[in-house]
Design a binder for this molecule. Structure first.
Ligand code: CA
Length: 220
C-alpha cells in the first residue's frame, strides 16, 4: 500500500495516535484531523485515497461530514468507525455515503483488511459520472463528450454539475443549489448564471429547467 494517502478523522488522541502509527507501519501516508470541521476542510481541498472517520466527532459529526463531502462531489471512499454497531446504525452510515462501517471495539487486522479492500476497489473503479452527451471525470474535472471532445470546467461549474449528476432524476430548487454549491453567495441568480455557463459549454440539453421548481440533469 505504499504511498496510499489516508485521512484519519478521530478526536480521541490516544486512539488517533495508535491508528496513525499502525497505518504508517503498513506503508500508508497518514494525516490526522481531530474534528469534523478540519476534516471537512481537508476532505474538500486535499487529495486522499481513503478516509477513516470516527462517527462521534466535535464540530461536524462523522456522518454529517460524509454527507457534506458527497454533496460537494468528493467521492473519496470512507470507512466509518463507531461505538454504535447496531444494524440500524450501519444502515445510517452507508446511507450517508460511507462505503464501509466498522463497530468499535474492532479487530486491527480486520480494519487493515477492509482498508485494503476499499483502496483496491477505489483504484479499479472508473471515477466518472454520466451526463447527457458524455461523462464527467471526477479526478480531472473534465467532461468528455460522446464525440471525444474534452471540456474543462471551472470549480463552480464542476461543483454544480456534480451535484446534479449525482442524483440524475431529482429536481433541485435554486435555493437548494445555492446552499449546497455556492455557500458564500447570497442571490439565487448565481445558480442561473452557472447553469447558463454549463449549457453554453456542454449544450442546452445538459440541464433541464423544471418550471416553477428548479433544475435537474437533462435526459441523455
Ligand atoms: Ca469520538
Amino acid at each position: 500500500v505504499t504511498g496510499v494517502r489516508v485521512l484519519l478523522v478521530e478526536d480521541d488522541s490516544e486512539l488517533a495516535g495508535m491508528l496513525a502509527e499502525l497505518f504508517s507501519s503498513e506503508g500508508y501516508a497518514v494525516e490526522v484531523a481531530s474534528d469534523g470541521q478540519r476534516a471537512l476542510h481537508r476532505g474538500l481541498t486535499g487529495d486522499y485515497d481513503v478516509m477513516v472517520v470516527d462517527r462521534g466527532l466535535p464540530a461536524v459529526e462523522g456522518l454529517d461530514l460524509v454527507r457534506r463531502l458527497r454533496r460537494s462531489g468528493r467521492f473519496t471512499p470512507v470507512l466509518v468507525l463507531s461505538a454504535l454497531g447496531e444494524p440500524r446504525d450501519r444502515v445510517d452510515g452507508l446511507d450517508a455515503g460511507a462505503e464501509d462501517y466498522l463497530a468499535k471495539p474492532f479487530d486491527v487486522d480486520e480494519l487493515l483488511a477492509r482498508l485494503r479492500a476499499l483502496t483496491r476497489r477505489h483504484a479499479e473503479r472508473a471515477e466518472r459520472l454520466s451526463i447527457p452527451g458524455g461523462s464527467l471525470d471526477l479526478g480531472s474535472r473534465e467532461v468528455t463528450t460522446v464525440s471525444g471532445d474534452v471540456v474543462p470546467l471551472s470549480t463552480r461549474e464542476y461543483d454544480l454539475l456534480v451535484r446534479l449528476a449525482a442524483s440524475p432524476g431529482r429536481v433541485f430548487t435554486r435555493s437548494e443549489l445555492l446552499l449546497d454549491v455556492f455557500e458564500d453567495a447570497e442571490a439565487d441568480g448565481v445558480v442561473d448564471t452557472y447553469v447558463h455557463y454549463l449549457r453554453r459549454k456542454l449544450g442546452r440539453e445538459t440541464i433541464n429547467t423544471v418550471r416553477g421548481l428548479g433544475y435537474r440533469l437533462g435526459r441523455a
